[in-house]
Structures are given as structure tokens and as C-alpha cells.
Design a protein around this ligand. Structure first.
Ligand code: FES
Ligand code: FE2
Length: 385
């Protein structure tokens, strides 16, 4: 590949069907019955981001989490293998560990009647159980769920313990990013007053940026193309300088994994939104990738109009030096602006006001990605009922 092949902005065709797309009805953001169906179809039927690897327990310990409204147990055995189980005792359903609590030891003890489980989930002892007919310890293991890690993120699959996590080729966007060397500089957990899709849609479009975030208005200098493949939507800041053959243009015209793309990570930027790429990972994770920092967000829906939003910002020590405080300030302002507009839109949904709007065919292809994934999850849920 020569430079001249890649200096012109890449043509990104409209996704088929987007020209005829309409926004989702208000009930899909506000109705408790719809929420119950959606949570089953989306959060309990496939891979969901459940956190970051540095917050799961060290070898020989376990912790309680909630994913898709289901209490789960993440366990690391003494050899370091990570496993997941439903957090429910096979005797009379006591939780084995409270949400957010971490315990350690050779065996997991149920707090109710003291049944003991090994760290591989098998039942080791049911003290005092007597002689129930046909009772076999081997048939009373904890119910396994799928668990996988990808870089610094943890994913779980409540429907299939044997599923394989495959984020597809666009996940290579993080390949050159030294996340493991970065240090945590921000950790926030907030319950927000919007449906989880509101933030996912907002994150997946740049249409609102000049209006909601006037301080990062770059619409005259760059566009914000997006492509999707499998569960990943990839967007990037692309300078609009036709004819320029400098590195800026090159790195912003390529997709992850293509020759030359990795130069993104050689960029020396002092402003947080100069150079970035952005991953939406269906259904609940969002990652901002900068040359020397990464912002990971994931969500747990707790009601039709309530969502817990987790945010972790990691940065390479030293690269930005004094700029880190500015960077954190910029992230905080931008995030609050997004939260405010999502909560405002949610009030319309809660009032039952349908927009019946169209989608911008270039700018809102990420919103379309969210809607198409949702429709597909609902359709497969319908087929399995
Ligand atoms: S519920 Fe766990 S031992 Fe009884
Ligand atoms: Fe925004």
C-alpha cells in the first residue's frame, strides 16, 4: 500500500436500510414489561461486559456481581483460572457472596446452612443433610456461566457457559494500546436516570457533539466515520484535509489492523479529543482509545429508566504529565453533558412522547447499529419462547 492509496478519506457506504429507519418508540425506553423482555433478550442471552480485570479477585478468592439483574459469582481458583457461576446455593437459594464483597479460602461456604463448594463450583460437602433420596453431590454443583477476558475487560455470558467471546476484527483497535501498562486515574459508579440505550445511542454518534459539547466542536475540521462488524462499532476522528498526505490523514483513513493504522499510537497529542477512536461493544460497553489513555465505560440496567454507569480512565504514566488534570476535567465535563441530555430525552420517553424521527444517514449509523442489534436480540428471544 502506498501513501497515495490512503490519503483520501475512505468512502463509508450507508448501512442498508438506514434511509428508511425510524427512531424507537417511547415505550421501548420506559415500559417495565418491555424492559423485562429486553433485559432477558439482550443481557441474559449473550456476552455482556461485567467489569475490568483489575477489579476481579486474585487467585483463591471470589466476588459477587450483578449482570442483567442476575447475581453472579466470579471465582479465581488457586491456579488463577477465572470462572463464573450463578450466585445461588443449590440447597435453598441463598446467595453465596454479597454483591461487591470479596472472600477467599479453599472452599465457598454458603452462609445459610454451610454447604461447601470447591472453587470449580462442585459441591464438596452438604453437612447435616441426612439421606435425601437420590441425592448425589455431583449433581448439585453451582450453575456455571460463560466468562471471558479481553485485554482489561471481563465479559460474562449468562446463557451459555461454553460460549466463546468473539469481538470480531474491529476489536484490533486496541491492539497497539498498552492498556496493561496504564494506571487507573478515574473510577466512577453512578446510577443515572435514563434507559441504558440512551447512553449507548448517544455514545455511538457525533451528531450532537457541536451542540452538546461546544468546547470540542470539530465538525469543520473532521468528520466521524463509523463502521461495524459483529458486536463492535468503530468510530474515529478523521481530519478533513483533502489532498493532505501527512501522517494525520493516513492514520485516520485506515481501519484497525490495516497497514499503517497503528501510527495512531505514535501521535503526540496534548489535547484529549485531538486523536481518538471509539468502540461501542454491543450491548453495554464503550471504549475511548487515545494514544496514551483509555476510557472504559459499561452499564448495568436496573430499571426501564435507571442505569448504573461505570467509568474507568487509565493513562500512561508520565506521557501527559501536567495535562492529566486538564484531561480529567475535560472528560468530566463532556460526560456530564451527555448524561444531562440523555436524562432530558428520558423524560420525554417517560411521558410517552414518541418522536417517530428519522436517523441521519451518515451521522447516526451508530444509533442504527444499536437499534439493529436490539431488534435482532428481540427476534431471537421471540424464536426461543
Ligand atoms: S441455602 Fe445454602 S446451605 Fe442452605
Ligand atoms: Fe457526547
Amino acid at each position: 500500500m502506498t501513501i497515495s492509496d490512503v490519503t483520501m478519506p475512505r468512502e463509508i457506504p450507508d448501512p442498508p436500510g438506514i434511509a428508511h429507519a425510524r427512531t424507537l418508540c417511547a415505550a421501548w425506553y420506559a415500559d417495565p414489561d418491555f424492559f423485562a423482555t429486553e433485559r432477558r433478550a439482550v443481557f441474559r442471552s449473550g456476552w455482556v461486559c461485567a467489569g475490568v480485570t483489575d477489579e476481579i479477585p486474585p487467585a483463591g478468592s471470589w466476588t459477587g456481581r450483578t449482570v442483567g439483574g442476575i447475581p453472579i459469582l466470579l471465582v479465581r481458583d488457586r491456579d488463577g483460572a477465572l470462572r463464573g457461576f450463578l450466585n445461588v446455593c443449590r440447597h435453598r437459594a441463598a446467595p453465596l457472596c454479597e454483591e461487591g464483597e470479596t472472600n477467599e479460602g479453599p472452599l465457598i461456604r454458603c452462609p445459610y446452612h454451610s454447604w461447601l463448594y470447591r472453587l470449580d463450583g462442585s459441591l464438596a460437602k452438604a453437612q447435616g443433610v441426612g439421606a435425601p433420596a437420590d441425592f448425589d453431590l455431583d449433581e448439585y454443583s453451582l450453575e456455571p456461566i460463560g466468562v471471558a477476558t479481553w485485554r482489561r475487560l471481563v465479559f460474562v455470558n449468562l446463557a451459555d457457559p461454553d460460549a466463546t467471546l468473539d469481538l470480531g476484527p474491529l476489536a484490533a483497535a486496541v491492539d497497539r494500546c498498552p492498556i496493561e501498562e496504564m494506571t487507573l486515574v478515574l473510577s466512577e459508579t453512578d446510577e443515572r436516570r435514563f434507559n441504558w440505550k440512551a447512553l449507548l445511542e448517544n455514545y455511538s454518534e457525533n451528531y450532537h457533539t457541536p451542540f452538546v459539547h461546544p468546547e470540542i466542536d470539530t465538525t469543520s475540521t473532521e468528520d466521524y466515520p463509523m463502521v461495524s462488524d459483529g458486536p463492535v462499532l468503530y468510530a474515529w476522528d478523521r481530519p478533513l484535509r483533502p489532498g493532505s498526505a501527512d501522517d494525520e490523514q493516513i492514520r485516520h483513513s485506515l481501519l484497525p489492523g490495516e497497514p499503517g493504522w497503528e501510527r495512531l499510537f505514535d501521535a503526540d497529542t496534548t489535547r484529549p479529543y485531538d486523536v481518538g477512536s471509539y468502540l461501542t461493544i454491543w450491548p453495554n460497553a464503550m471504549i475511548n482509545i487515545f494514544p496514551d489513555a483509555i476510557l472504559a465505560m459499561w452499564m448495568e440496567p436496573v430499571g426501564p429508566n435507571r442505569t448504573v454507569v461505570e467509568r474507568r480512565l487509565y493513562a500512561l504514566p508520565g506521557r501527559r504529565g501536567d495535562g492529566l488534570a486538564d484531561n480529567l476535567r475535560a472528560h468530566a465535563i463532556v460526560h456530564q453533558q451527555d448524561v444531562d441530555i440523555c436524562e432530558a430525552v428520558q423524560r420525554s420517553h417517560d411521558a410517552g412522547l414518541d418522536a417517530d424521527g428519522v436517523l441521519a444517514t451518515f451521522e447516526e449509523r451508530g444509533v442504527y447499529f444499536v437499534h439493529e442489534n436490539l431488534r435482532s436480540a428481540l427476534a431471537s428471544d421471540e424464536r426461543t419462547r
